[in-house]
Design a protein around this ligand. Structure first.
Ligand SMILES: *Cc1c(COP(=O)(O)O)cnc(C)c1O
Length: 370
C-alpha cells in the first residue's frame, strides 16, 4: 500500500505540471497591493457600524454559535436578520445558513431527489453542483445562458421525471454576466419546473417584471454584505420545510452572533446607501469600456487569456506593479478559458482604476482573440 504522503506528492506534482496548483493567499492589503480580488464589493466588512454591531453582540453572547440552530443555537440576532433579508429581497421568509455553500448543499437535496431532474446552467457554482450530486437527482446542463438549449432539454426529458428544478446564478461569479431570469422563469412555468437562483454576487435584490410563483433564491452574506453566512429565501411554508430537511442546517453549528449582527448592520447600510452598489458597477463599466471588453453587467469583469500559464504570468506581473488580480484557472473555469478576474469595489478610487488600466496597456495584457 502506498504511503499517504507519496500519493499526495504524486497528485501535487501533476497539478504543478499543469500550472494548476493552488495556494492560500493572504489579504492583498498585507502585501501592500491594491486588491481587485475581494468580494467585499460595497466596502462593508470594515464599516464602523458593522464593527460596532458585531462588537456589541460579541460582548453580549460570547464568540461561538454554541449549537445547531435547532438545538439551542438560535440566538435572537437571527430573527432580526432573517426578517430584514426577506423584506429587502421581497420574499415572505428567509433562513440563514452558516455559508452560501452550506445553503446550496442543504437546500437542493431538500427540493429534489432520485427520480427528479435538475437542469443547470453550464457555469453554475461548484456548490450547486455538489448540492445536485448530493440530491441524487439526474442532472443535465444547458449551454451558458442559452435559453433554446434549456428548452430543448426540457422538451426532450421533462416528462421522464417527477419534479424538475432549473438552476442558475443571478450574476455569474467568474464571468460577471447576468442570467435571463424572466425568460428562465417563463420556461420553468411552461414545463412545470421550479426555478432556483443563486444571487451570491448580486449587489441588489432581483428585479422581475412578473415574479415567478415557484421561485427559490439562495444568497450569501459573505460577499456584498462583507460578513459570513448564506440564506435561502422563499415562502414561509417552503422555508419551514427546508428548516426541517436541510442537513447542512440541522447538523451543523450556527453562526456566531457577532457575525449575524454584523451582517444585519451591513444590510442596513446597503439599503440606506444605494450609491455604494451604483459606484461598484460604474467602476466596472468604466474599466470594461476602457479595455474594450463586453459591457460590464456587474462588479465583476473577466479578462480571458486562454492558457492557465498566461493568466498566472499576468497576475504575477500585475502584482509586481502593485495590483492583486487573481488568475482563475480550470477547474474553476472551463479548459482554455483561464482569465484574470477583476472585482470592483465601492471604495476603489478613480485613480486606482485608471492606473490599473494604464498598467494593463503598458504590460500588453489584453484579451485573447476568440
Ligand atoms: C461564493 C459563492 C457561493 C458560496 O458562498 P459562501 O458564503 O462563500 O460559502 C455560493 N454560490 C455562488 C454562486 C458563489 O459565488
Amino acid at each position: 500500500m502506498p504511503a499517504l504522503d507519496d500519493i499526495a506528492a504524486q497528485k501535487l506534482a501533476l497539478l504543478d505540471e499543469k500550472q494548476l496548483r493552488r495556494t492560500l493567499r493572504e489579504p492583498a492589503a498585507m502585501q501592500e497591493l491594491v486588491s481587485f480580488s475581494s468580494n467585499d464589493y460595497l466596502g462593508l466588512s470594515a464599516h464602523p457600524k458593522v464593527i460596532k454591531a458585531a462588537e456589541s453582540a460579541l460582548k453580549t453572547y460570547g464568540l461561538g454559535g454554541t449549537a445547531s440552530r435547532l438545538a439551542g443555537g438560535n440566538h435572537a440576532e437571527y430573527g432580526v436578520l432573517e426578517a430584514a433579508l426577506a423584506q429587502w429581497k421581497h420574499y415572505t421568509a428567509a433562513r440563514v445558513f452558516s455559508s452560501g455553500y452550506a445553503a446550496n448543499i442543504g437546500v437542493i437535496p431538500a427540493l429534489v431527489g432520485a427520480g427528479d431532474l435538475i437542469i443547470a446552467d453550464r457555469l453554475v457554482h461548484a456548490c450547486m453542483i455538489d448540492g445536485a450530486k448530493l440530491s441524487g437527482a439526474q442532472m443535465m446542463r444547458f449551454a451558458h445562458n442559452h435559453l433554446d438549449h434549456c428548452r430543448e432539454i426540457l422538451a426532450a426529458h421533462r416528462g421522464e421525471y417527477a419534479h424538475c428544478l432549473l438552476m442558475t446564478e443571478a450574476v455569474f461569479s467568474m464571468d460577471g454576466d447576468t442570467a435571463p431570469l424572466q425568460a428562465l422563469a417563463k420556461l420553468a412555468e411552461e414545463f412545470e419546473a421550479w426555478l432556483l437562483v443563486d444571487s451570491a454576487h448580486a449587489l441588489q435584490p432581483l428585479e422581475w417584471e412578473k415574479k415567478p410563483e415557484n421561485i427559490i433564491e439562495i444568497t450569501t452574506l459573505s460577499k456584498a454584505l462583507g460578513a459570513l453566512g448564506g440564506a435561502v429565501l422563499g415562502s414561509q411554508l417552503l422555508v419551514d420545510y427546508i428548516t426541517n430537511t436541510a442537513r447542512s442546517l440541522i447538523f451543523s453549528t450556527g453562526l456566531p452572533p457577532s457575525v449575524v449582527a454584523g451582517a444585519n448592520a451591513a444590510l442596513q447600510v446597503v439599503q440606506a446607501e444605494p450609491q455604494r452598489a451604483q459606484r461598484a458597477l460604474a467602476l466596472a463599466q468604466h474599466f470594461a469600456n476602457a479595455m474594450q471588453l463586453a459591457p460590464a453587467q456587474s462588479a465583476i469583469v473577466p479578462l480571458q487569456l486562454g492558457e492557465a500559464k498566461k493568466a498566472m504570468e499576468g497576475s504575477e506581473k500585475l502584482a509586481q506593479r502593485g495590483f492583486f488580480v487573481p488568475a482563475i484557472r480550470p477547474p474553476t473555469v472551463p479548459p482554455n478559458t483561464a482569465r484574470l478576474r477583476f472585482a470592483f469595489r465601492y471604495d476603489h478610487t478613480d485613480a486606482q482604476v485608471n492606473e490599473l488600466i494604464r498598467t494593463l496597456r503598458e504590460l500588453g495584457i489584453c484579451p485573447c482573440e476568440p
